[in-house]
Design a binder for this molecule. Structure first.
Ligand code: BG6
Length: 508
């Protein structure tokens, strides 16, 4: 285990230490799951860590009519013992609620006056609209905000207005282009924060620090030294209560177009000139543009879809996908996919990226494994070079947050025995604290006006462009070969065969 030899204090090496302007966060869908499970606990956490200005407000918006007291009671209940009770009471004091029909212009008149009053009373400078509703409601809310004159800052009442849009951003390239066009008629790009919560995860952000605040690996970060890259996001959970959404989305829309693509771009991007939103996003988009489009042959050869059958997770029997409540019993929606991608640029030519994600797998694990090449020749006769493992650098995103590197080492003793050992950096052990929730960081950045970890319009569209043909293939009916895998397994055998065809094997 590596211990950080020195942990610099914030003052010494802190890039930013921002406290956002006094502002109001307007949560559309405030009675929903995302608001209660993620957003409200994160705002509470930000308050508890002193990251928020003294004056901030949260205005919950939803269709249900309820008093503020009732809303606060619901929030208190959902927070449970998330923080100490004094913090919770203070937090509840920052909450307001407005119920109504968000499709009606009348509602936006009420919203406008509520914001005006809150702004005056608390001297607020900004407004952050957060769309935590089902995606079908996004266009309507965006248009209504604009028609009510709420999408632009009003000199006297707010100095900035921003909008946070949750994923999925569209269901394919066409709908993403249309949604971007609509948002752009109402908001400028610098007001728009498209969320991919993977970018708020600590180890994911650490990829850029690791690559560009150190010199050790960058010279070897290319086709000369790297054999291939594996990106896996395996979940033990099934579709839970989201069958209605998931059965229409499937794993490629749900995990690949956004989360896995973001991980790939962070690993593969060129150094940006500065750690600033557009500089970073430009380089990420370069990677997406260089991803080789899938040919018909690739669809047949470099792609595997799977769907979980019944099985066992954590010693308990679980049903197969087709028996989950809300799933069409004849559904051919993939809950697992594995793909081999190539990035056609100077750095990565010939280095395959294997991406894999599935629900109801045997382990919860999100990891990027960068496999370096083996030594070209072995001096340790009679051991051939093929028996020595290449170094593997692993960014473990979850469940633990770790970076580790494996290398070959000699066993103690007179005999010449070599085996693979690992050095690792564990976030919790080193910094003595659990990494913050992704939404803490995302909300704070949106309030502070930093778009670095949010997707830009062209980035979302490029990512759809890559995965659209794969989704169309899955949905074209020609793909009747969707492989079944037992819940609790490593996915279908076909996925092992895919990577095996190229002489490699999955990490787990
Ligand atoms: C969401 C997907 O974006 O990410 C879910 O819609 C998935 O289906 C989740 O379970 C995974 O997130 P995490 O942070 O648990 O890896």
């Amino acid at each position: 285990m590596i211990k950080a030899s020195k942990i610099y204090t914030k003052e010494e090496l802190c890039l930013m230490d921002r406290v956002p302007d006094p502002c109001v966060i307007v949560i559309f869908g405030a009675a929903g799951d995302l608001a209660h499970r993620k957003l409200l606990p994160s705002i509470l956490e930000l308050q508890a860590t002193g990251a928020l200005p003294g004056e901030y407000r949260v205005l919950g918006v939803d269709k249900t009519a309820m008093t503020e007291e009732h809303f606060r009671g619901n929030v208190r209940e959902s927070l449970g013992s998330a923080a100490d009770s004094a913090q919770i009471e203070e937090f509840l004091g920052h909450l307001s609620y407005l119920g109504g029909d968000v499709s009606s212009p009348v509602f936006y008149k009420d919203l406008k006056s509520a914001l005006y009053l809150l702004g005056r009373k608390h001297s607020l400078k900004g407004r952050l609209f957060y769309l935590a509703t089902p995606p079908a409601a996004y266009p309507l809310i965006i248009e209504q905000l604009s028609q009510a004159g709420l999408s632009r800052p009003e000199a006297k009442e707010s100095s900035w207005v921003r909008i946070v849009i949750e994923k999925p951003f569209g269901t394919g390239l066409g709908s993403a282009v249309r949604l971007n066009a609509l948002v752009h008629t109402c908001f400028n790009e610098d007001q728009i924060y498209r969320i991919d919560h993977y970018l708020g995860k600590e180890t994911v952000q650490n990829i850029l620090m690791f690559r560009f605040a150190n010199t050790l690996f960058e010279p070897a970060w290319n086709r000369t030294h790297i054999d291939h890259v594996q990106i896996t996001s395996a979940e033990t959970l099934g579709v839970e209560h989201r069958a209605g959404y998931y059965d229409r989305a499937g794993v490629v829309r749900d995990m690949f177009q956004n989360h896995l693509m973001q991980l790939l771009t962070l690993i593969a991007m060129e150094p940006p000139v500065r750690f600033e939103a557009d500089a970073v996003r430009d380089r990420k988009i370069d990677v997406m543009k260089a991803v080789r489009p899938f040919s018909k042959k690739d669809l047949e050869r470099n792609l595997v879809f799977g769907q979980y059958g019944e099985g066992t997770i954590g010693g308990k029997p679980v049903p197969g996908y087709l028996s989950e409540p809300g799933v069409d019993p004849g559904s051919v929606t993939p809950t697992f996919a594995a793909v081999k991608l190539e990035v056609d640029n100077w750095r990565w030519q010939g280095v395959p990226f294997y991406l894999r994600s599935g629900k109801r797998m045997g382990e919860r694990l999100t990891e990027i494994a960068v496999h370096f090449k083996r030594v070209p020749v072995s001096i340790f006769h009679p051991l051939p070079a093929e028996q020595l493992s290449g170094n593997v650098l692993r960014f473990r995103v979850q469940p633990e947050e770790e970076i580790s590197i494996s290398f070959e080492a000699k066993h103690p003793g007179p005999k010449l025995c070599i085996s693979t050992v690992t050095m690792d950096f564990d976030y919790r052990d080193t910094f003595g604290t659990a990494p913050p929730e992704a939404y803490d960081r995302l909300l704070l950045d949106a309030m502070s006006g930093d778009q670095t970890i949010f997707a830009r319009a062209d980035g979302v569209e490029e990512a759809w462009e890559i995965f659209d043909p794969i989704i169309k293939y899955a949905e074209s009916g020609t793909n009747k070969r969707i492989a079944s895998y037992p819940a609790g397994s490593r996915g279908p055998a076909e996925s092992d065969a895919l990577i095996g065809r190229y002489g490699r094997a999955w990490e787990f």
